[in-house]
Design a protein around this ligand. Sequence first.
Ligand SMILES: *Cc1c(COP(=O)(O)O)cnc(C)c1O
Length: 348
Amino acid sequence: MTTIVDLRSDTVTQPTLAMRIAMTAAPLGDDVFGDDPSVNALQEKIAAMLGFEAALFVPTGTQSNLCAILSHCQRGDEYIVGQFAHCYRWEGGGAAVFGSVQPQPLPHQADGTLALEDIEAAIKPDDAHFARTRLLALENTLGGKLLPFAYVQQATHLAKCKGLARHLDGARLFNAATAQAALTGADVRAEARRIADCFDSVSVCLSKGLGAPVGSVLCGNLEFVARAHRIRKMAGGGMRQSGMLAAAGTYALDHHLDRLAEDHALAIRLAEGLTGLPGLQVEPPQTNILFVDLVGPAKERSAELLEHLKAHGILATGLYRLRFVTHLDVDAAGIDRTIATITRFFSA
Ligand SMILES: *Cc1c(COP(=O)(O)O)cnc(C)c1O
């Protein structure tokens, strides 16, 4: 049996044996009473790593963003956000549905940023006609793109000067930090900290590139996390012996940060292997997500290509614009098999 090369998402990773052992060994309590030592340890660890007073362990990134937006905003407030941001486009409109908080979506520039002029123009004056603009929400990485650090500083500085709170959907913060570290030569932890320093709150997914089975963490100051804690309870996210899950997150922070660079290298390996094939337009990847557009006559064969890949044990997503995501359950052999399988498809 050939092994499956699952490039659909970095969420598909299985906990490693060592991670499972850490989960099994985790001391547990009832986190609704606040006495699960493994949850508390994770929260303290990530807060310290990113330079915040406190953190909250939540079941999903979606709930984390919801808790963040509803903690920063009241009914009738709005948040400025990118058109393609997860917390606008991919979360069922949760902030509007549950919080009566209105999104103010803005178009992205080619590099994933929101133009500073657009942000400034979107901030409403204090006038009864308008929602109260309360929050700027950025996402890094966005679609696998690293937001330039100078931009992150400028946009968050602008927001602060205008009295807005600043939230980072850093589901893949450590991928961003890894890419940034490759540019600066600094450590991934130092870069994560530098990015986080620009924000009032940061959400990080443990269940993506970090390889934990479940969970996200939301960081902020004590007051903010106290509000988020109340909202998490309302959202049904108060968990009990969740230390088993938190222990996987702690294990991931201890053992899986430095290896994210390997995922990025594999994405580049795949991009290089596919570059030059007729009908493929390969976007050079900055992190662990590779987009490949099918153009010309190849476009008509998009669904057929995905089927062909599947028949050979290789999974990807997209139509016309294919997405390949590398992660800790993919290796160089799997990437080379993917390149060979696609090459054969187009030469047949
Ligand atoms: C995956 C993701 C989320 C949501 O995480 P879930 O755990 O799937 O709810 C939020 N933001 C971004 C940028 C993501 O990639």
